[in-house]
Design a protein around this ligand. Sequence first.
Ligand code: 13P
Length: 249
Amino acid sequence: MALKKFVAGNWKMHGLSSDLEKIRAIAEASRNYPNVDVALCVPAILIERAARAVPGFAIGGQDVHHAEKGAHTGCMSAAMLLDAGASLTIVGHSERRDAHRESDTEVQAKAKAALECGLNLILCVGESLEVRERGAAVTTVIAQLDASIPHESTDEAELTVAYEPIWAIGTGKIPTVGEIAEMHSAIREQLVHRYGAAGNQVRILYGGSVKASNAGEIFSIADVNGALVGGASLKAADFIPIVAAAALV
Ligand code: 13P
């Protein structure tokens, strides 16, 4: 059976109290597409207000610390995200891997902490342009996935993998259909290798310059089970057509 599509928005460092209306509008409009799972990953400080504003709609964090608690100034534990009302979190986004020097080992520890605490997870992987141009995209991403994915067999409903080529994020550039198909199929193979048949149930999202105009084509590619959307998730008018495109395939 085909996996239910999942469209998640990553608001990155955008969002103030005045934007709660936008979250309400997105949650409201998403109800028209019950065959698609929709979530918004908002800045940590907005999680609690967002979760209260849209009960029943999935609100997520964008990062989590691997430790339960302790002397980690400025960090947030999985229990804190959950306590604020988050039901999921992103880990391993390239903007954190790059700007905050997060290693695969660290991402793996974060993934484990989130799952153990009961948060669903979107684990991001993706290659740089330099890696893509020298023909090493698939091997690099699979090695990254292998080193950052939790070891334990996981409830497939709790784990989602997002393939986000770094060079496609916020640039308007996207890989070809063939390149996305090749990468998603390699990720699927690796998930099955790791988790057995349950690996077929893990959703694999594509992320990087997804818009209403390209979403339909991306969603029709085999093993693309949804999208992780940055810029186009900030307004219902841009985001909901992407959800609608997911509902059609
Ligand atoms: P854009 O959709 O803005 O390219 O961002 C993608 C992304 O990084 C989502 O996590």
